[in-house]
Design a protein around this ligand. Structure first.
Ligand code: TXA
Ligand code: MG
Length: 354
């Protein structure tokens, strides 16, 4: 089976194709679709068989729960048993949008969808195509990122085709996504809400609405004895095929360090890729250089991260050196993904240059 690919835009919806995609979902099939964060691999969230198919298509461990996507706020109470005030306020402020909330699950949500947990992750995406597909598919669409497990998440339909083109029924091509990193996940099953995955909606933004909210310890401590609470965050993830290291420090030190490491690797016969920015890309002479964006516009860095990792896979580089991106707003989310992609290999430029 090769997935049928249909193209449309949010402003110019192809409602016949949406209906067809909705029918596939209702019949237990799988449809990949764009959201404002990354492409999702959708199946009917209330159908245990569909969830099993999602795990199989991605090669994902079935203890790693799926996010249930809705397209009408009223649907939230059908799949949860209790909605705390904080969750209501966040929904009002950030839905539809790049926010996922974990709440106690209602019985109609099968354990196959929640990886065996009593809680369910819920998101109301803002993408028009996603919203219409969810409605056409019955209202509850389970969707992990539409990549093969372990690979960088897809930010365009071509990435989905590459990973899952032979494993699913249909791909809706809505062009390149807007944000490029997965949604912020907030867990409301504990006394104080906890961020399980940083995203476009930052801790500061959440604090404005919730007051008390903290980051999951497993995200802050790289020590392997502390496991992140979101099962998916414990797996090596977003990983390119090459050996990736992150170099941190001030710009001059970082450029000098990456050039020095590049020369060493090239001398060993290795092909080197460097993840640079618009500001530094001209300063790496002996490597394949990709600019991830501009430090002046941190959204561009988030937007291009997964694409750059995939491009280096296509170029078959052996080693990748990346600058670090501790930018003011999205830095937490960007560095969370980059550190995981690098298996936490981080080099201090100043130390290394000594
Ligand atoms: O932006 C996004 O959230 C994208 C788009 C497609 O909506 N979806 C996405 O799904 O990133 P996925 O499956 O790749 O990541 C879901 C994360 C995993 O780390 C999973 O372990 C966690 O959410 N998760 C889901 N349900 C959970 C639950 N009940 N408790 C704790 N963590 C949960
Ligand atoms: Mg994922």
């Amino acid at each position: 089976m090769r997935a049928e690919v249909v193209a449309m835009t949010g402003e110019n919806l192809d409602m016949d194709a949406i209906k067809k995609a909705g029918d596939i979902l209702k019949a237990g099939g799988l449809v990949a679709f764009p959201t404002e964060t990354v492409y999702g691999l959708g199946g009917n969230a209330l159908d245990p068989q569909a969830s099993m198919k999602i795990y199989a298509a991605k090669g994902r461990p079935s203890d790693n729960p799926l996010i249930v996507h809705i397209a009408e706020l009223e649907q939230l109470e059908k799949i949860t048993t209790e909605i705390p005030e904080g969750a209501k306020s966040l929904a009002e402020k950030y839905w539809p949008g790049p926010l996922t909330m974990i709440l106690p699950k209602a019985d109609i949500v099968p354990r196959e969808t929640t990886g065996g947990l009593d809680s369910v992750a819920v998101r109301f995406p803002s993408d028009r195509i996603a919203q219409e597909l969810i409605k056409a598919g019955g209202g509850f669409v389970a969707a992990p990122s539409a990549n093969t497990s372990g690979r960088p998440s897809p930010t365009m339909a071509e990435h989905v085709e590459e990973d899952l083109g032979d494993a699913i029924d249909m791909i809706i091509d809505g062009g390149q996504v807007g944000i490029g990193l997965e949604s912020t996940i907030v867990d409301f099953t504990e006394e104080i809400p906890v961020v399980l995955r940083p995203g476009y909606i930052s801790l500061e933004m959440l604090q404005e609405t919730l007051g008390d909210v903290r980051m999951d310890k497993g995200l802050l401590i790289t020590d392997s004895s502390v496991h992140p609470k979101a099962p998916g965050m414990k797996y090596r993830h977003y990983a390119p095929k090459a050996d990736l290291s992150i170099i941190e420090g001030n710009e001059e030190d970082v450029v000098a360090c990456i050039n020095h490491l590049t020369d060493e690797a090239v001398a060993k016969g290795l092909k080197v890729g460097v993840i640079a920015t618009d500001e530094t890309k001209a300063r790496y002479a002996h490597a394949d250089v990709l600019s991830i964006g501009s430090r002046e516009e941190e959204e561009t860095i988030a937007h291009h991260l997964y694409e750059v990792l995939r491009d280096f896979d296509d170029d078959r580089v052996d080693v990748i050196y990346s600058e670090a991106f501790y930018t003011p707003k999205m830095g937490q989310a960007i560095m969370n993904r980059l550190l995981k992609a690098a298996g936490h290999k981080i080099i201090n430029a100043q130390e290394e240059n000594k």
